[in-house]
Design a protein around this ligand. Structure first.
Ligand code: NAD
Ligand code: KPL
Length: 303
C-alpha cells in the first residue's frame, strides 16, 4: 500500500525519506507543475541526519493527477491544511486513511468535516526537522509522534510498518488531550518569546506573566475535560523553559524568518474555545491582541 505524502516540507520529507529507505512504497504529491519540475531538478529528497547526507529519489506527481489514494500523510502547516486536503479529496478511496500532522487544533476538525468518507487520524509530534533548502531537510531532534482517533476507533495495523521504517510512532487513546497539552504549552511560551524577543530561558525573568497565562490555560484545560493536564501545566511549562533555555521557540523562529505563524490554531483557538465555553480569559485575550498587533507591525498575517 503506497503512502502518499502531501506537504513536502520538513516533516513530510523526513517521513518520506525514512519510508523510502525502508523500501516501503511512497509518493510525493506536489502542488503544481513548477514544484514538480523543481523537485525533479533536485533529483529527490536529501536528508541530513547525524551530519550524513543521503539522497532519496522518491517518485512524485502533482496533486491533480488521477489515481486513488488509500493512505495519506498531510504534512503541511495548519493554515494550509484545508486547501491541501481539498486538492486531493476527489482522489481519496472510500475509507481512505489520513494522518493529519498539524500543530495546534482546529485545522484537523476542519479537514475531517470535509472528508466524511475518509478516516482522519490526528498526530502530535516532538520530532524536529528544518529545511536547509527546498527538498533538503535536516533531522534536528529525535522525538516521538503520537497518532490517535478523535472518533475512538482502533489503532491501525500499519503503525508497525511505520515503526519498522524507523518512524517512532505510538498510538494515543486520547489524542485530543495530547494536542491540547501541546497547544497550552505553546500558548504559555511561544507568544511571549516573540513579544519579549527572547530565548525560552529568558521567560524565567517573566515568571508572573507565565504563571498568569498558565492559570487561565489551566482553567481552559479543566473546562475541556482535562483536569490532570490543567494541574500539571504550570510545572511542565517551567520545566520546558529550563530544559530548552538556550532555544528559540518555533514561533520566534517563524517570525524571525518572516514566515507566517500558526497563531490562529494556537492562541486563536484557545481564545475561541474559551469564548465558546463562556470562560473569561482576559490575559489570553490580551496576549492574543498584543501578538496580532506585533505580527501586523512586521507585515505578517495576524491569523
Ligand atoms: P513546512 O512548512 O516545512 O512544510 C509544509 C509543506 O507543505 C511546504 O513544503 C509547503 O509548500 C507544502 N504545502 C502547503 N500547501 C500545500 C498544497 N496545497 N499542496 C502541496 N503542498 C503544500 O512545515 P513543517 O515544519 O513540516 O510543519 C508541518 C506541521 O508539523 C506544522 O503544523 C508544524 O507546526 C508541525 N510540526 C513541525 C515540526 C518541525 O520540526 N518541523 C515539529 C513538530 C510539529
Ligand atoms: O514546542 C515548542 C515550540 O517551540 O514550538 C516548545 C519548545 C515546547 C515551546 O513551546
Amino acid at each position: 500500500m503506497t503512502w502518499y505524502i502531501l506537504g513536502a516540507g520538513s516533516l513530510g520529507c523526513l517521513w518520506a525519506a525514512r519510508l523510502a529507505r525502508a523500501g516501503q512504497p511512497v509518493r510525493l504529491l506536489l502542488r503544481d507543475r513548477q514544484r514538480l519540475d523543481a523537485y525533479r531538478a533536485c533529483g529527490g529528497i536529501s536528508l541530513i541526519e547525524d551530519g550524513q547526507e543521503s539522497l532519496y529519489p522518491i517518485p512524485a506527481e502533482t496533486a491533480d493527477q488521477s489515481g486513488q489514494i488509500q493512505r495519506l500523510l498531510l504534512a503541511c502547516k495548519a493554515y494550509d491544511a484545508e486547501a491541501a486536503a481539498a486538492s486531493v479529496a476527489a482522489r481519496l478511496a472510500p475509507g481512505a486513511e489520513l494522518i493529519l500532522l498539524q500543530n495546534g487544533l482546529g485545522s484537523q476538525q476542519a479537514v475531517a468535516s470535509h472528508l466524511p468518507r475518509a478516516r482522519c487520524l490526528y498526530a502530535s509530534s516532538t520530532e524536529g526537522a528544518f529545511r536547509a533548502a527546498d527538498f533538503r531537510v535536516v533531522f534536528a531532534g529525535k522525538g516521538q509522534t503520537w497518532v490517535g482517533d478523535e472518533q475512538q476507533g482502533a489503532a491501525p495495523g500499519w503503525l508497525d510498518e511505520l515503526k519498522s521504517a524507523g518512524i517512532p510512532v505510538g498510538w494515543n487513546d486520547d489524542i485530543l488531550e495530547r494536542l491540547w497539552r501541546k497547544l497550552a504549552m505553546n500558548c504559555a511560551i511561544n507568544p511571549l518569546t516573540v513579544l519579549h524577543q527572547c530565548r525560552n530561558g529568558e521567560l524565567a525573568g517573566h515568571a508572573d506573566e507565565v504563571a498568569g497565562l498558565c492559570d487561565e490555560l489551566g482553567k481552559l484545560l479543566h473546562a475541556g475535560g482535562y483536569p490532570q493536564a490543567a494541574e500539571q501545566l504550570h510545572g511542565e511549562v517551567q520545566h520546558v523553559i529550563a530544559a530548552t533555555a538556550a532555544n528559540y521557540s518555533s514561533m520566534y523562529q517563524d517570525v524571525a524568518q518572516s514566515r507566517r505563524t500558526e497563531i490562529a490554531y494556537l492562541l486563536g483557538h484557545a481564545c475561541a474555545e474559551g469564548d465558546r465555553l463562556g470562560l473569561p480569559l482576559p490575559r489570553l485575550h490580551a496576549l492574543h491582541q498584543r501578538l496580532r498587533e506585533s505580527l501586523r507591525q512586521r507585515g505578517l498575517p495576524d491569523a
